[in-house]
Design a binder for this molecule. Structure first.
Ligand SMILES: Nc1nc2c(c(=O)[nH]1)N[C@H]1C(S)=C(S)[C@@H](COP(=O)(O)OP(=O)(O)OC[C@H]3O[C@@H](n4cnc5c(=O)[nH]c(N)nc54)[C@H](O)[C@@H]3O)O[C@H]1N2
Ligand SMILES: Nc1nc2c(c(=O)[nH]1)N[C@H]1C(S)=C(S)[C@@H](COP(=O)(O)OP(=O)(O)OC[C@H]3O[C@@H](n4cnc5c(=O)[nH]c(N)nc54)[C@H](O)[C@@H]3O)O[C@H]1N2
Ligand SMILES: [Mo]
Length: 619
């Protein structure tokens, strides 16, 4: 039976109703070593077998919240657990309104567009009137905030691998380890990115360099030169490189004049006329630990060859995380190859096979998470509508607090109910102790998960979810690459009393009088077919016919053809050729290295041009 996971498509073999073996899909270009673990996954001793309620919550309700994380759990029937959860949802929405509900439910859930645990939970909360929305992510908070100022978009589409293979001479794996991180996809994957990167090992022309405090696996496999840099100091290294490019007259002045605004201010900063400090390679060495001579020869090497900086997200997941990616854009401007085939910078080669040409076909949708509200709250909204996601613990702890957020001032709402499905904040949120303290403030915490995650162990009501192997579903293949659609066939019966998220949320909706609004009269099979038919209609309109639904289900998978135009894509090529005709969506229409918009914010920790700020300078 063919199905799919974050680690790729695979065939599952069962014996006497038990999963006994998995085999990767033949179209997978670099099957994941992690696939084989899926045989043990559903039978883990950490499975939640039945609905559970924290003992003192059962006795004293929210007055017992100090016991979260310490109390034992009592098994209860599904009816009892769902009645409790529905009752709390009703009470919180009626007493405090939707601004008291934390419904972001950040997390990677499992593959599947109907049983998307987060979408289903939010679908129910939307019908109840909404919840506090969030901005940013744990993945790319700093880079996705700064790039719109710098290049007018977030994680812009990179130059494709066929162009790289033809033109590029140097690839820098800067703060990334793509052979590791391309292993998974938000939906599922054919692993083209890993296959392309592995092939670099034997490429006759392309040499690779890894800039990383740790020696990445990619460097070992591909044979990259490793340039260790102190963590958090990439900006200093890049400044030293730009000093070399400027003083050795290696800049493409015409490109800088046509395509960049703010370069003069940047150059003044690098040469020391702004702050009296020349950002020489010797100066950079003190900050970043790379010997000055290496900084010099690295800058020369990149400028003398067609060079692509493949920038990862490790360097930006830190304090002052805006600076390394913005500095990398500045460095790419100084190298002058942005918009040339195989040159410049890309920020998603390490993720979801970024750089693989996008397939020709419709994008399969998911069950809608934001239907129109049915309940209208009489309680006025308190605080801001949205907050930065990584402030979650702070929001729980400090209702009413006012903070600055990328040009706006926001006020934290007063959260009374936390509902989480398909995520594990006790693993993913920074400063777990602060989270644990804040987590005791809301009146009720409900979690659905298949496993006793750390978060499930800090919940009041725990609802056991089925894994992907225990229900039918459908999924797009390749979130960034749009390679096709796969039918995810149920392989085994749910373990214990687990139920699919779709069943869990349909039942909760029914108890709140929202059953029909939630299901729209469809069961899981009905939604799978609806999503497919919607994609088929979109496909017909763009000259990419899908097979009939019955044929698709029988076959299990439908892969899209390549789109020839996509195989020649070079990022920023149009812009470089004619910046007036193809302006970027930035304040100047060009690449912004000195931002008047950022200057106008007057943030002490966000200067108007990329700047070296030593780690923990503020402490
Ligand atoms: N220290 C540190 N922290 C980090 C990061 C880091 O690099 N270092 N990285 C950050 C990043 S980029 C991210 S994206 C986050 C990731 O953080 P998360 O996405 O929260 O991490 P996961 O472990 O994938 O959590 C998914 C949860 O969903 C559950 N689940 C799976 N399938 C289903 C299902 O069908 N139904 C239900 N109800 N539950 C299901 C799983 O059992 C698991 O508990 O972590 C962030 N935090
Ligand atoms: N196998 C696997 N793949 C994944 C995930 C997973 O959990 N497992 N998670 C997925 C998700 S949700 C995301 S957001 C992406 C994350 O993708 P990334 O953020 O790119 O991955 P990380 O491993 O956090 O960091 C990449 C590299 O940055 C390096 N690094 C850290 N600090 C610095 C620094 O200051 N300077 C430099 N130069 N390098 C530094 C690290 O050593 C690491 O090798 O990965 C995705 N892919
Ligand atoms: Mo992430």
């Amino acid at each position: 039976m063919l199905t799919a996971s974050h680690w790729g498509l695979f065939y599952a073999k069962t014996k006497d109703g038990r999963l006994v073996a998995v085999r990767p899909f033949e179209g997978d270009r670099a099957p994941s070593p992690n696939l084989s673990s899926l045989v043990e996954h559903p039978y883990s001793s950490a499975r939640i077998q039945t609905p559970m309620v924290r003992r003192s919550y059962l006795e004293k309700g929210s007055a017992s919240r100090a016991g979260r994380g310490a109390d034992e759990y009592v098994p209860v029937s599904w009816d009892k657990a769902l009645d409790l959860a529905a009752g709390e949802l009703r009470r919180i929405y009626e007493t405090y309104g939707p601004s008291a509900v934390w419904g972001r439910s950040y997390g990677w859930k499992s593959t599947g567009s109907v049983n998307n645990a987060i979408a289903l939970m939010q679908r129910l909360l939307s019908l109840l009137g909404g919840w506090v929305e969030t901005g940013n992510s744990y993945s790319t908070a700093a880079i996705s905030t700064i790039l719109p100022y710098a290049v007018g978009g977030k994680l812009f589409k990179p130059t494709v691998w066929p162009v790289i293979k033809e033109k590029t001479e140097r690839i820098v794996f800067w703060g990334c380890d793509p052979l590791i991180t391309n292993d998974i996809d938000w939906a599922t994957t054919l692993h083209q990115g890993i296959a392309e990167i592995r092939k670099l090992k034997d490429h006759p022309r392309i040499r690779t360099i890894a800039v990383n405090p740790l020696r990445p696996k990619t460097a070992d496999v591909v044979g990259s030169r490793w340039m260790p840099v102190r963590a958090g100091t990439d900006a200093a290294l890049m400044l030293g490189m730009m000093y070399v490019l400027i003083t050795e007259n290696r800049l493409d002045r015409a490109f800088l004049a046509n395509c960049v605004t703010g370069w003069n201010e940047m150059e003044a900063y690098i040469l020391g006329t702004e702050d009296g400090v020349k950002k020489t390679p010797e100066w950079a060495e003190i900050g970043c630990g790379v010997p000055a001579q290496q900084i010099q020869s690295f800058a020369r090497e990149l400028s003398e060859h067609r060079s692509m900086i493949m920038f990862g997200w490790g360097p930006q997941r830190a304090r002052y995380g805006e600076q390394p990616p913005w500095m990398a854009v500045a460095l790419a401007c100084a190298l002058g190859q942005i918009g040339l085939p195989g040159g410049g910078i890309g920020v998603s080669y390490h993720y979801e096979s970024g750089g693989w040409p996008v397939g020709k076909g419709p994008v399969l949708g998911q069950i809608p998470a934001r239907p129109k509200a049915v309940w209208q709250s009489a309680v006025p909204w308190k605080g801001s509508r949205a907050v930065p996601v990584a402030r979650m613990a702070d929001v729980l702890a400090c209702p009413g607090k006012v903070i600055d957020w990328n040009g706006s001032r926001i006020e934290y709402p007063d959260i009374r109910l936390v509902f989480w499905s398909g995520g594990n904040p006790f693993a993913h949120h920074p400063d777990t102790r602060a989270l644990e303290a804040a987590w005791r403030r809301p009146e009720t915490v409900i979690v659905t998960d298949a496993f006793w995650s750390a978060t499930a162990r800090h919940a009041d009501i725990v609802l056991p979810a089925a894994t992907t192997l225990e229900r039918n579903d459908i999924s797009p293949i390749g979130t960034s690459t749009n390679d096709g659609i796969v039918f995810m066939r149920q392989v085994i019966n749910p373990v214990g009393e687990a139920r699919s998220d779709y069943k869990i949320y349909s039942e909760l909706a029914k108890r709140l009088g929202l059953g029909d609004a939630f299901t729209e009269g469809l069961d899981e099979a009905g939604w799978i077919q609806r999503l497919y038919e919607e994609a088929a209609a979109a496909g017909a309109a763009q000259n990419a016919e899908l097979p009939a639904f019955a044929d698709f289900v029988k076959n299990g998978v439908h892969l899209y053809a390549q789109n020839p135009a996509e195989t020649r894509f070079t990022a920023f090529a149009d812009f470089r050729a004619d910046p007036e005709a193809h302006p970027l969506r930035t304040e100047s229409g060009k690449i912004v290295i000195y931002s008047k918009r950022i200057e106008a914010l007057h943030y002490a920790d966000a200067p108007a041009h990329p700047t070296w700020i030593p780690p923990f300078a503020a402490d």
